[in-house]
Write a protein that binds this ligand. Structure first.
Ligand SMILES: [Zn+2]
Length: 314
């Protein structure tokens, strides 16, 4: 185990030396890690694909993914990667499938590991963004920590407050805000014909629920709402394995259960009257102890759940 881990550290270190610095000021340290089989392309429908790249984020090793839809007029992509080099690889993977241009990009997550590379998308693409994510991105751009030359949300980005149905080259696409999730501005993309729902960071497959920017019970409610959509056959996560069909629903259900477990577990400690430090020392994650990021994200989850229970997140 140790040897394997050391091997990953060396690989991650090597990638760190060659990868450009993460573009956006708020971006977590997402580093592309070479792994056999990645980047991985998964066909979800005749014209719909999942694309994953292995990354190391905050010492957790798991994939970051996007979905793309090929229509007769162009290509729609959900999200991007942490830096232009990684996002350029998405552009190149799409070019191997179709000569159609990338025309539309949906910002499902406004976090840097999904937007930092957006400059690699062709100039003039239309971005779709929720009002909350737009405000978050603009706040970051105005911050003194914002790195000059980094990608900025274009002024003509289309704001989707709630729901928007689009006909893109004959493909019906529904953009939906089901409620605040991992980022607060989380936008989903539904393809009714293929019954596919791209969840962005509302769904982290087999990755410990990362609550740093979430209101925990709101995220859980949003995920439950998505799980209750009976017409969905395929749920697409922003991190972890992308697959098609009923197994993807089972996997998503497992993630929703994990989130419910984490919230119930910490709420019980709060109810017992434990201080946050006592809760941090005592908390156990049961079956989720072995999930990537459980150490770092578990501590953050305790703090966030305590903050919500104490009314400090409003
Ligand atoms: Zn992420």
């Amino acid at each position: 185990m140790k040897r394997l881990w050391m091997g990953w550290m060396v690989l991650a270190g090597a990638a760190l030396l060659t990868a450009p610095a993460v573009a956006r000021a708020q971006a977590p340290a997402a580093v592309s890690v070479p792994k056999p089989g990645y980047p991985r392309l998964t066909k979800l429908a005749p014209n719909v694909y999942g694309y994953e790249e292995m990354q190391s984020i905050d010492r957790g090793l798991f994939s970051t993914g996007v979905m793309f839809v090929v229509t007769k007029d162009g290509v729609l992509v959900t999200d991007g990667m942490a830096n232009p080099t990684a996002t350029k690889e998405i552009v190149e993977a799409i070019a191997k499938i179709t000569p159609k241009p990338i025309k539309w990009v949906v910002i499902g997550s406004d976090h840097g590991d999904h937007t930092g590379g957006n400059d690699a998308y062709p100039a003039g693409v239309t971005y779709y963004v929720s009002p909350t994510s737009k405000a978050t991105l603009e706040k970051e751009e105005a911050s003194p920590r914002f790195k000059p030359g980094s990608w900025k949300l274009p002024a003509d980005a289309v704001v989707v407050p709630d729901r928007k149905t689009l006909d893109l080259g004959g493909e019906q696409v529904e953009l939906m805000f089901l409620g605040p999730g991992h980022t607060g501005g989380d936008l989903e993309v539904y393809l009714p014909k293929e019954r596919i729902l791209a969840m962005s960071e509302v769904y982290l497959n087999d990755v410990f629920p990362a609550m740093r920017s979430a209101t925990p019970t709101e995220w859980l409610a949003t995920a439950k709402k998505a799980l209750a959509l009976k017409n969905v056959r395929t749920y697409v996560p922003a991190h972890g394995r992308i697959i098609a069909g009923p197994q993807s629903r089972a996997d998503f259900e497992k993630f929703v259960k994990a989130m419910a477990y984490v919230i119930a577990d910490v709420t019980a400690l709060h109810k017992k009257g434990l201080t946050v430090d006592q809760a941090l020392a005592q908390v156990k994650w049961g079956p989720y102890e072995s999930w990537p990021m459980s150490k770092q994200q578990g501590q953050i989850a305790v703090r966030r759940i305590y903050m919500e229970l104490n009314g400090e997140l409003k």
